[in-house]
Design a protein around this ligand. Structure first.
Ligand SMILES: Cc1cc2nc3c(=O)[nH]c(=O)nc-3n(C[C@H](O)[C@H](O)[C@H](O)COP(=O)(O)OP(=O)(O)OC[C@H]3O[C@@H](n4cnc5c(N)ncnc54)[C@H](O)[C@@H]3O)c2cc1C
Length: 416
């Protein structure tokens, strides 16, 4: 399609935040267009069919804090079956690699760590520290607690703000959609006004109207909602004129950590439990975590985070799969080298329109989320997971932030 010359509201990015904003503006009477650099909607929500019968979410997969997650109602409305089975992370571990007594000991250690985090945050009086200071010196589970941080935060605890960590609201209820979270987002975006393959390079807010330069030409808008990932703002892949140094600084305080997934086809699947869990190791940080036969499918999904995920991505295509197979073979036996075949893997750090997986606040930067979220001049508005005060790093946090920005836009038009 060719771009219109002008719209009331332009939304940059068709991830969960951009879609949430466009959906909220549907009945506002304002002309709206979502400008998306990729040839698809969903952003960091992306489901592929890794094999004819294996749906694979390369990005988000879990409806976190599901009892407060706005995508649950959307899934039900769009006839996506919501699976309410509890995740296998905590309660179940397959095989003998992580005996129950060790597992109980580990759960106690990580619960105590989070208790210390809560207490330290209460005492902090606004003074932030890296979350790893709450590890008990010498505790044998510290490397594994750090590994869990690489899955949750996309980085090790030395990079995580204590105050930000405690601002996140986890209700510990996690559900899934059988057809994939990315597929749900694609359905959610279907009826919304979109321009795909439209990479925005400059937002010029020096004149009366905002001028937007894109790979498909230029358009103007009265108001703009920006939802691109923080790393793109930090790297100035998307530029502003006049420049917005406070936004760039805030984005740099909220970098995207890294989480990557790999999907392996599994022969003779019945030998492993449906929706089981396996850890690549228990005493180190650099290890994968495995979801055995998700939804009973004939596959294993591996998850890597933090510095180790970055190393594997840098090693090139196939490195995640090779590492996953080595770890699973070491735990379950040589037979599995024959039974497992790589199907697909993500490379979020190398993806030019993501440059990482989800945001965390660096120590001392918990306040940057509010700085990034604040509108400029009643004309530029900011959304995206990194702007969420309590559900950052998640898809529903991103969606709700888009709805929040849309509300700000409507109020700005009303007071024009
Ligand atoms: C491996 C992985 C696992 C995850 N697991 C979960 C999970 O289980 N549960 C959960 O809730 N969350 C999870 N997340 C996080 C979740 O996917 C994100 O927080 C959420 O999707 C972010 O939405 P967003 O709209 O803020 O950003 P994005 O989805 O990144 O959307 C931004 C959009 O902007 C576009 N864009 C970028 N630059 C430009 C430009 N210059 N011009 C035009 N368009 C541009 C991008 O292409 C993209 O579509 C996971 C993420 C990853 C990577």
């Amino acid at each position: 399609m060719s771009l219109p010359s002008t719209v009331d509201v332009a939304i940059i990015g068709a991830g969960a935040a951009g879609l949430g904003a466009a959906d909220a503006l549907k009945r506002s009477g304002l002309s709206t267009l979502v400008l998306e650099a990729r040839d698809r909607v969903g952003g960091r929500g992306h489901t592929i069919m890794a094999a004819p019968d294996i749906a694979f979410d390369l990005g988000c997969g879990w409806l976190h804090s599901a009892d407060r997650n706005s995508f649950v109602e959307i899934a039900e409305r769009l006839n996506f079956e919501v699976n309410r089975a509890l995740p296998p992370w905590r309660e179940r571990a397959y095989g003998n690699a992580f005996p129950q007594t060790d597992r109980d000991d580990f759960i106690r250690a990580i619960d105590e760590f989070y208790q210390r985090v809560e207490e330290a945050a209460k005492r902090a009086n606004g003074h932030d520290i890296p979350a790893n200071r709450c590890l008990e010196p010498g505790n044998r589970w510290n490397p594994m607690i750090d590994a869990i941080s690489t899955y949750i935060n996309g980085c090790e605890l030395d990079q995580v703000s204590l105050l930000d960590l405690t601002a996140y609201e986890d209700t510990n209820i996690n559900w899934r959609v059988r057809r994939g979270y990315g597929a749900l987002m694609a359905a959610y975006g279907e009826a919304l006004p979109l321009a795909l393959n439209c990479n925005v390079t400059l937002i010029d807010h020096s004149g009366q109207q905002v001028r937007i330069e894109t790979s498909q030409g230029t358009l103007t808008a009265d108001r703009v909602i920006i939802t691109v990932p923080t790393n793109l703002i930090a790297d100035e892949a998307l530029r502003f004129h006049p420049a917005l140094p406070a936004k760039v600084d805030a984005a740099r305080g909220l970098p995207l950590g890294l989480a990557d997934k790999v999907m392996l086809a599994l022969e003779q699947p019945d030998t492993l439990p449906k929706d089981g869990n396996l850890r690549g190791a228990t005493m180190r940080t650099a290890m994968g975590s495995y979801h055995l036969r998700p939804f009973g499918q004939a596959c294993i999904e591996g998850f890597f985070g933090g510095r180790f995920a970055r190393e594997l991505e840098d090693a090139g295509d196939g490195a995640l799969a090779a590492q996953a197979i080595d770890e699973i073979v070491a735990l379950l036996g040589n037979d599995y080298r024959r039974k497992l075949k790589p199907l697909s893997e993500s490379r979020w750090a190398h993806n030019p329109f993501a440059r990482g997986s989800y945001s965390h606040a660096l120590p001392g930067h918990a306040g940057d989320r509010a700085v990034l979220a604040a509108p400029i001049d009643g004309r530029l508005f900011f959304a995206g997971e990194a702007t969420s005060p309590n559900f950052f790093s998640t898809a529903h946090g991103a969606r709700d932030s888009g709805a929040r920005a849309a509300g700000e836009v409507v109020r700005a038009f009303a007071t024009k």
